[in-house]
Design a binder for this molecule. Sequence first.
Ligand code: COA
Length: 578
Amino acid sequence: MRILFLTRSFNSLTQRLCLELAALGHEVAIELDIADAVTIEAVALYRPALIVAPFLKRAIPEQVWRDTVCLVVHPGIVADRGPSALDWAIAEGEREWGVTVLQAQAEMDAGPVWAAQTFAMRAATKSSLYRNEVSDAAARAVVAAVRRFGEEVEAGAEAGAAPRPEAAGAPARGRWRPLMAQADRQIHWQQDDTQTILRKIRAADGTPGVLDRLFDTPCHLFDAHPETLAQRHEPGRVIGRRNEAVLRATIDGAVWIGHVRRADQDGSFKLPTALAFPAQTANLPESQIAIDAPADASGYREIWYEARGGVGYLHFPFHNGAMSTAQCERLTAALRFALAQPPRVLVLFGGADFWSNGIHLNVIEAADSPADESWRNINAIDDLTLTLIEATKRVIIAAMQGNAGAGGVFMALAADQVWARRSVVLNPHYKNMGNLYGSEYWTYLLPRRLKSVSPGDVMKHRLPVSAMHAAQTGLVDAVFGDSAEEFVDMVRARATALAASAELPVLLQNKQQQRRIDEARKPLAEYREEELAHMRRNFYGFDPSYHIARSNFVHRVAPSWTPRHLAVHRRFNDTGWS
Ligand code: COA
């Protein structure tokens, strides 16, 4: 079936749904929701059998939904309506939530229901729920709705959705709820306990954050983690820092605030807290924690190591998967620590939401010289990647629990094995960020893995790929695990078996030998020098594309047209989806 995706942005959910439908043999094109006339033009050009709207902030033009069935994905249970569905569900402590696929009609979120799925809520940020439970439920619901639509069209019946449960007399728990305002989100430091504060910040994280005051400055709070303290402090007071996060007292403990967006400056964007408030945080007492401290030692750890059953595990759940120079340096130090421990199998777990999205574009944007900071950051991630490649006395596994993009994907290829959760979406390309050439030793790491495609094919593709497709091309070695827990359990079981297997010494011997051969053929330093020569031009050269693309990305500049690699209906050569 020919399906047009109409969406405000090509976000993670849209990417996932496109890949799910393409894998079922559907032909998919994307149009960003820019203006009614442009949408109407896209429908006329593509003539889709069906329109799917995974992420819209305004109504679809009547001319479009009257002629073509439009399936809107709403991140709420049946009969729930309104623009802040997940925010309210988190804030009100819903235990079960859902996704509803309904047909667009005059009234927003009020059309007939095509499919609905529910899931158990988890204590997590809105973005994390969106990227995991909502995306999984939406994938199931959209696939079911599209299948039903196809069957009805094939049978010659007029495609029609089920009536809404309330219309059929069934009680519906869902209801209309307004846009959640900052007044609804407000933190009352003198009354709210730690859990309430966490819930409020999580309901607004990634966007818009909770408007509050920090260091007497209005700002939005993000990336909150609980802390227990033996001693009570004045609620709301900042009492310490750990790396770039600050610790704020609550009535019954404290919360770490990892990221903020200042509200006193025009064009501000989300930054690690200490970078947004350098002077105010400079002299705060630093509270460090050992990288291998037991799991319950603190509510906030950016990087930690654990060893079990002969396997070492390194976790690095950086906010949004972005890795600044300082974070890359800390992770390299942690990696060296892990490599010095006895286990000969090391699993790199990344974070639960993202494996890694490469260099930290927001931190770069905030620097006095973004070009210099880009240069420092790419060198720091290269140092990390080099440490991985040269770790020939350990078998290293990159275990992707969450999505990865750009340099984050290529850094993973420095591991001996890449395992990915089934629902993971990869963006193994740099070009979308202003034609960046890329580094992370990709010119060495990528060609040696690929089976059915060339490095050029991967780099030029510009589109996301599913974990399954990545396994077919050789980017990924194994794909398994339907849920996050299942993936983690299976990784642990496989890694433990590998550590105990008689094969391990042979694997290590082969690895050392291969590294020697590769180094003799072409030293790693040469790959790095060649890549960085391109990157130097990207950062310091005449062409400003990278700086413009980064600035647009960080400042959330809405696109004024749909990029041609997405809008297949607007171009002649179609390389298609995979
Ligand atoms: N640096 C800083 N922030 C990043 C980032 C990066 N490299 N990659 C993602 N983010 C942030 C986004 O700004 C967004 O922030 P928010 O929580 O404030 O909204 C959040 O992570 C999620 O990103 P989003 O784009 O909404 O997620 P997605 O799943 O829809 O898309 C990508 C994933 C990877 C396609 C997209 O984030 C991307 O293109 N990232 C840039 C990758 C890159 O070019 N890295 C630099 C070269 S190595």
